[in-house]
Design a protein around this ligand. Structure first.
Ligand code: NIG
Ligand code: FE
Length: 440
């Protein structure tokens, strides 16, 4: 279950993009399905002077402009087709941001200042800042106010080329506030033309009123939050922040087992602050383990055999001012499937720009420009179990595309801190970036 406006797809006009300088198709390189690993991450399937035809919110053909203009169906139907002349710009699959926390009210500026003065993420949490500092705002807010915040984040994400977003609750931490957060995600998703995958993160941190009684809180997550989210179809995934100061391995296993009983898939924040041995969780077939800064050496060969994606979020390392970044090279070179996401949240990663995450991955994690694109598209899609529908430009897939005002795809991670996305197509709906400053 992902949330988008499927019912309206049928009425969407046909759309033809032509004169694409580089079309990054990322079409399947082998017959096997599943996330890309190793060398496969570098294969972008670039078509020069490309064209894409979309009908009813789906991609129907992909090729060169010359072939598209010769196509008999197009010749006959040309006046019913909206044409977009890309004038040599680059087109990628719409980005898949597979890890975000958009349901919050205020930025955490006190944390920001304290960190500049030298406090660590954990010290701040102990002093009453951190995740708990965002909870009061969400508990007090009405559902519509939260939905407006989420919608505005989704809109800004689309302006940066993102068409599919995983959105977590996690700043409510009561049954009512977590359900309100998931409903806000649903309400915002209904107004946004892209696709949203909702995740219950009731186990983000133990709330103040349960301090010293974390087992009672885990019970509430398992016995109340998960059943309600499943019954009301408010979440597709259950996430847990498994780390020092948050939830233990035993808590996480209990929560995963409850999710499984209620038919929800699982993912988790893992190894952000400390090393956790991951193989015992593999029996729950997690869609992804996220952060992965301190991954155990012995887990790497296990992960290389599985489709559980390691989702790296370098925005958090950047914003926390850390010297170390997740060991992307080690993971990729060992065959672990890797995705990139923003981790958009008010505490550790207030960015909703996938190109920024890609730039950080190139400069600080030594991922090549080709690898960052594949990690932010097709592997992000697999991290959400949407690889069959999203993440590449192939006939039959959803019409999710991003157009960049650059001549070479490597410029996407190269120009950091500015947005070069000129247009985004979300399930066939075109959105133009009116504030774009062009350099060419
Ligand atoms: O992914 N690590 C846990 N959760 C978020 C941080 C949330 C916050 O600080 O508000 C993260 O970094
Ligand atoms: Fe996160």
């Amino acid at each position: 279950m992902s949330l988008n406006r499927k019912s309206k797809s049928q009425t969407k006009p046909a759309l033809l993009l032509i004169n694409i300088g580089q079309l990054l198709a990322l079409h399947s390189v082998s017959h096997k399905s599943g996330p890309r690993r190793g060398q496969e991450l570098r294969e972008l399937g670039i078509i020069e002077d490309g064209a894409v035809l979309c009908v009813g919110g789906k991609i129907v053909s992909v090729g060169t402009t010359k072939d598209a203009l010769r196509d008999p169906w197009l010749k006959k139907n040309r006046k019913n087709v909206t044409e977009i002349d890309c004038a040599g710009e680059v087109v990628t699959p719409g980005f898949v941001d597979s890890h975000t926390h958009p349901v919050f009210v205020s930025p955490r500026l006190v944390d920001f200042e304290k960190r500049i003065e030298g406090a660590s993420y954990q010290e701040m949490a102990q002093a009453g800042g951190g995740i708990r500092a965002s909870v009061d705002g969400v508990r007090r807010a009405g559902k519509s106010a939260l939905a407006a915040r989420v919608f505005s984040a989704l809109h800004d994400m689309a302006i940066h080329g993102t068409t599919t977003v995983e959105a977590k609750s996690g700043y409510g931490l009561t049954v009512e506030s977590e359900m309100k957060s998931l409903q806000a995600i649903r309400e915002a998703a209904a107004r946004w033309p892209g696709t949203v995958v909702p995740t219950l993160l009731g186990a983000h941190v133990v709330p103040r009123e349960f301090q010293g009684r974390s087992l009672n809180y885990v019970e509430i997550v398992c016995k109340e939050m998960i059943p309600r989210a499943a019954r009301q179809k408010l979440a597709q995934f259950v996430d847990v922040f498994c780390d020092r100061g948050a939830f233990t391995v035993e808590d996480t296993e209990k929560i995963f087992a409850a999710a499984e009983r209620h038919g929800l898939s699982v993912r988790a924040h893992m190894c952000q602050l400390t090393e956790t041995v991951l193989w015992p969780f593999l029996r729950f077939d997690p869609a992804s383990f996220d952060h992965m800064d301190h991954v155990n050496q012995d887990d790497i060969p296990q992960l290389a055999k599985r489709d559980t994606v390691a989702t790296l979020v370098p925005g958090a390392n950047y914003f926390l001012g850390l010297d170390e970044y997740p060991p992307a090279r080690k993971l990729i070179d060992a065959g672990v499937p890797v995705a990139l996401a923003t981790d958009y949240n008010p505490g550790t990663s207030p960015t909703l720009s996938m190109p920024m995450a890609m730039s950080l991955a190139s400069t600080h994690m030594k991922m090549s420009p080709a690898e960052v694109i594949a990690a932010g598209t097709i592997n992000g899609a697999w991290a959400l179990r949407l690889g069959h529908r999203k993440g590449s430009i192939e006939p039959g897939k959803d019409a999710d595309l991003a157009v960049f005002a650059v001549a070479d795809y490597r410029e996407i991670p190269y120009w950091f801190g500015v947005n070069r996305c000129s247009k985004t197509i979300l399930n066939g709906t075109v959105m133009s970036n009116v504030s774009l400053v062009r350099t060419r």
